[in-house]
Write a protein that binds this ligand. Structure first.
Ligand code: UDP
Length: 456
């Protein structure tokens, strides 16, 4: 592809999890569509899952577990340590290789879980940009802890006043789990605080969000919060349609049987289907699985459920007995499913990518958050953007009755009209943000304009 932006060459470094590869790959595609040469670095065992236009080169860097990654590591801490050591070395080697290949790297954009990439870039004197893959609100909570504005564990009294002016006041259950129960997931929290401690050392801090979506936060923290929004990083095909035919992010760590899903959806009436997915990481408990299954069956609504657990022999009988009204698969191309006209509701774990996808495709949601940032995203879905409801837990799980109540509320209840019209409005706002001249598009253009342009 003709490089219309001089000799700028951006190296995008991904973390090998589905919810992290997706937004980083999409960012690489946006840069390429604007004429910037882009190389994506990912681990050897994920390279074969990446399927992008030849305009984007894909190169390996190591996490020290080149056969199977995270699953081979004894603990999360061991995995992260190994990635830091092997990743720093192999990223430096990759930069040397690319620098010798004619178009030197002029910026490293790295996933926020890989904060060591900043040191590697700076070692070469190359500008660096961190990509935050949570909402700006969630990142700002962590950032305020780093600055001493919030102390752990966060107490209910602290939450009486909004944590950021303009945001609704929150309950402990609305906080990211790392703040509500900080000792349970300390390796993750340490990693998060580590990256937010060095935020100011980056030349750019990108967040996969858009200004309208988190306007209260953007306004409240504008002077001190060094973050620019560049999202939603949802493939352009669904938003501004600038990259024709590009219906996926370009990476799927699991195989999907989308033909089967789309064929099945084709046979269903307009907006009648409930799509259910808890993302790529969360495995729900057997009790929760059963409640979701019976809740879906009792609703009598057709459903498409992505359940990695469904091959578990203890659940096979149950799956058989709810089978007639639904289709259960282990993986699908979620974007194609959400964009299908038969889908009327998305029961989601509220991962940030899924939240942005539901919002950008205008699909009303039922939030069933599990951990991490998901409770905060669910709060925003229900009470800030008002594009859905959040299912209440009873004894740690969402019961079949509660799920049924939420499905009725979103699909046909008193508030369903309001929820559906909000969902359509957010779809338009998401599209506007990334369209030419929109807030996120302008931020990406400004980034490109400021890229150093080494002469070769
Ligand atoms: N996804 C998918 N097919 C599925 C389930 C998920 O393509 O069957 C994609 C989804 O579109 C999203 C990503 O996987 O982009 C999951 O990211 P998210 O942040 O929602 O959740 P995580 O998996 O990180 O918990």
């Amino acid at each position: 592809m003709q490089n219309q932006r001089g000799h700028a060459h951006v190296l995008v470094v991904t973390y090998p999890a589905q919810g992290h590869i997706n937004p980083l790959l999409q960012f690489a595609k946006r840069l390429t569509s604007k004429g910037v040469k882009t190389t994506v670095a990912t681990t050897p065992y994920t390279i074969d899952s990446v399927n992008v236009d030849t305009a984007i080169a894909v190169e390996p860097i190591s996490d020290g577990f080149d056969e199977g990654g995270f699953n081979q590591a004894p603990t999360l801490e061991a995995y992260l340590d190994s990635f830091k050591t092997a990743g720093s070395k192999t990223l430096a080697e990759l930069i040397i290789k690319l620098n010798n290949s004619g178009t030197p790297v002029c910026c490293v954009v790295y996933d926020s879980l890989l904060s060591w990439a900043l040191g590697v870039a700076k070692g070469f004197g190359i500008p660096a940009a961190i990509m935050l893959t949570n909402s700006a609100t969630v990142c700002s909570f962590y950032w305020q802890i780093d600055r001493g504005g919030l102390t752990l564990p966060v107490e209910q009294e602290t939450l009486a006043a909004p944590m950021v002016p303009g945001l609704p006041s929150l309950d402990i259950a609305d906080l990211p789990s790392f703040l509500a129960q900080p000792t349970n997931q300390s390796a993750y929290l340490a990693l998060i605080l580590d990256k937010l401690g060095t935020l100011d050392e980056n030349d750019w801090v990108f967040c996969n969000s858009f200004d309208d979506l988190e306007s209260a936060l953007v306004e409240a923290l504008a002077a001190e919060w060094p973050v620019v929004t560049i999202g939603p990083m949802v493939p352009s095909f669904y938003l501004d349609r600038r990259i024709e035919g590009d219906t996926s992010y370009g990476a799927s760590l699991w195989n999907h049987g989308n033909d089967q899903c789309l064929k099945w959806l084709d046979s269903k009436p307009l907006k009648s289907v409930v799509y259910v997915s808890f993302g790529s990481m969360a495995c729900i408990s057997t009790d929760q699985f059963q409640e979701v299954a019976w809740g879906l069956k009792a609703s009598n609504m057709p459903f498409l459920w992505v359940a990695k657990e469904f091959k578990d022999h203890r659940l096979l009988e149950l799956v058989d007995s709810i089978g007639e009204t639904g289709l259960i698969v282990t993986w699908c191309n979620q974007l194609e499913v959400l964009a299908h006209q038969a889908v009327g509701c998305f029961v989601t774990h509220c991962g940030w990518n899924s939240t942005l996808e539901g919002l950008s495709l205008g699909v009303p949601m039922v939030g069933v958050p599990q951990w991490s940032d998901q409770p905060t995203n669910a709060k925003f879905i229900a009470d800030v953007w008002k594009v859905g409801v959040r299912a209440k837990r009873d004894g740690g799980i969402v019961t079949r009755e509660e799920l049924g109540k939420c499905l009725t509320e979103v699909m046909s209840g008193e508030r369903s009209g309001e929820i559906k019209s909000n969902a359509s409005r957010w779809r338009e706002l998401a599209k506007e943000a990334v369209s030419a001249g929109g807030s996120s598009d302008k931020n990406i253009e400004e980034f490109i304009a400021k890229l150093p342009n080494p002469q070769v």
